[in-house]
Design a protein around this ligand. Structure first.
Ligand code: GLY
Length: 288
């Protein structure tokens, strides 16, 4: 039974108009990709396309409109994991391409599957992937004011009709960070999947790496706990540890969870029971 869940980041609560735009974008993308899943598209392809669409929307901190680093540069990071093959690929701090997740999709079949900086750009150019500047007027304005902004990392976890799971995550980073800082999103702490479950994280990368959050959830499921049990326990641990993050998780039976320690996390899920979405602070009954 297919299922998919995607997120548009975790953090502080944004203006109502922005929240509505984010919710609409997540729903539109989720519905379009649900159709692809229903028509038999493999989980890995749906995960890549979901994140590519999120990267194209400047509402999010990935691809176009990404947060900028201390020097005003946009360096993008992303990861893709094919849970069925237990195979990971990643891109670390690449500049000059629009869709790092597409590069991850190609790297999944390469011998060298995690590339950084110039090497990643060179490989993208060899593949003819779309080049460009992801900086926008708004992101440059925020950088000029030394504000890291409140847009969020994006990610998706997908289960297809054949029971295969894939997880994909993409980010512009934490914002205003030192050049050379590495995000969690291109590591197995931020994005992980196996034949049992898949996870995509969002939030402060250092906290996500400290907690090895994505791998921790997947291994919990592999050891016999349900996604809900693992996530409930982990959320308590995250609160105690002061980790500022959120994650989405989905297992091979289509059970999913979305947890956070931040004020809000934007997510949307579709499964056999219908559509589910994050609880908006102004809509007490909107959550599933
Ligand atoms: N989670 C995105 C980052 O901290 O880089």
């Amino acid at each position: 039974m297919p299922a998919l869940i995607l997120h548009g980041g975790a953090g502080g609560i944004r203006q109502r108009t922005e929240r509505d735009k984010i919710a609409a974008s997540l729903q539109r993308i989720a519905c379009s990709q649900w159709k692809q899943l229903e028509s038999g598209m493999p989980a890995i392809d749906v995960a890549v396309e979901t994140v590519r669409l999120l990267e194209a929307d400047p509402l999010f901190n990935a691809g176009l409109g990404s947060k900028l680093q201390e020097d005003g540069g946009a360096r993008l990071s992303a990861a893709l994991m094919d849970g069925h093959r237990e195979r990971f690929s990643g891109v670390v701090n690449v500049q000059g391409i629009m869709h790092p997740i597409q590069l991850c999709a190609h790297l999944l079949e390469d011998r060298d599957r995690v590339l950084c900086g110039e090497g990643a750009l060179t490989r993208a150019q060899e593949l003819g992937l779309k080049e460009g500047d992801v900086r926008t007027e708004a992101s440059i304005e925020r950088w000029k004011n030394a504000v890291d902004g409140s847009t969020g990392t994006v990610g998706a976890v997908v289960l297809d009709a054949q029971g295969r799971i894939a997880a994909a995550t993409s980010t512009g980073g934490r914002g205003m960070e030192r050049v050379g800082r590495v995000s969690d999103s291109c590591t197995v702490a931020g994005n992980y999947a196996s034949t049992f479950a898949g996870v995509s994280c969002t939030g402060i990368g250092e906290d996500i790496v400290d907690g090895a959050l994505a791998t921790r959830v997947v291994h919990g499921v592999e050891h016999g706990l349900s996604v809900s049990e693992v996530c409930q326990n982990l959320q308590a641990k995250m609160m105690l540890s002061g980790w500022s993050a959120g994650l989405i998780a989905l297992d091979k039976n289509g059970e999913w969870a979305a947890i956070k320690t931040t004020d809000i996390m934007y997510w949307h899920a579709i499964d056999k029971t219908g559509e589910h979405r994050f609880k908006d602070p102004d809509e007490a009954c909107a959550d599933s």
